[in-house]
Design a protein. Structure first.
Length: 271
């Protein structure tokens, strides 16, 4: 028996990194998965983004656990694409969604791209994309008379240390912005037994932050490494560390937790 038996989870950014880890963890607890990922490159993103092959790996990993998964390629910036992916998943699985993980995100740094266009893309994916995801899922959660939403923010959604302006400021602004969305949604949806929280990881060992562009960015002699250091002696945490926290938040163990900013940050925000 899993803690999420009979539940359906809608996860964006599910092809790799944190999103894949969340899909596998929730599937291991008995949930079926509706997965969405762009699986294509956004021109302003300097590191390699996910591919259809990455999404195929997520599908195989979830199915290997005995759970069902309906995966789609689509852009969270497009509300119709988000709604269509969710509807297709619900129809195939024969059940409305119970859990929503608005996880898709990008982090261009403006090292080799137009910073204004990159700024807009970050806001559009990391903030508007969250709104589109939640907006698509709310009717199902209301019909179910309950559910749980977890929005992926960041340690940078609570602090602004280590910033260097430019596109990096867009990331911090968007990750702060989703906290505002969460608090609005928590007040709106709480009376219908729908819980809404944000999760705030420190640096997570995924391709989004472990790539040559990040290395180039922090080769700048003006970069402030101390400002992005954790209290605990770890440079990064693993995706499963975030997934474990999310599995708690969306389960009955977290049934009275809503409207909180939940850090999984090795002490980053206590500095």
């Amino acid at each position: 028996m899993g803690t999420l038996d009979g539940k359906v989870a809608f996860i964006t950014g599910a092809a790799r990194g944190q999103g894949r880890s969340h899909a596998i963890k929730l599937a291991s607890e008995g949930a079926d998965i509706i997965a969405l990922d762009l699986c294509a490159q956004i021109p302003t993103v300097e590191y390699a983004m996910s591919t259809p092959d990455d999404l195929d790996i997520t599908i195989k990993e979830v199915e290997a656990l005995g759970s069902k998964i309906v995966a789609s390629q689509g852009d969270v910036r497009d509300p119709e694409a988000v709604s269509s992916a969710l509807a297709r998943g619900e129809e195939t699985l024969g059940r409305r969604v119970d859990i929503v993980l608005a996880n898709a995100g990008i982090m261009p740094l403006g090292v080799n791209v137009n910073t204004h266009e990159a700024f807009l893309d970050v806001i559009d994916v990391n903030l508007t994309g969250v709104h589109n995801t939640v907006d698509a899922a709310v009717p199902s959660l209301l019909e179910n008379q309950g559910g749980s939403i977890v929005i992926t923010s960041s340690s940078q959604g609570l602090k602004g240390t280590g910033g260097m302006g430019g596109v990096n400021a867009a990331y911090t602004a968007a990750k702060h912005g989703v906290v505002g969305l969460m608090r609005n949604y928590a007040n709106w949806l709480g009376p219908q037994n729908i819980r809404v929280n944000t999760i705030h990881p420190t640096g997570v060992a995924t391709p989004m932050i472990q790539n040559p562009i990040i290395e180039q960015f922090y080769s700048d002699p003006n970069a402030d490494f101390d400002a992005v250091r954790n209290i605990m002696p770890v440079p990064f945490i693993d995706p499963i560390d975030v997934s474990n926290a999310i599995a708690f938040l969306v389960s009955d163990a977290g049934k009275y937790i809503t409207g909180v900013t939940f850090p999984v940050d090795a002490g980053f925000n206590a500095r």
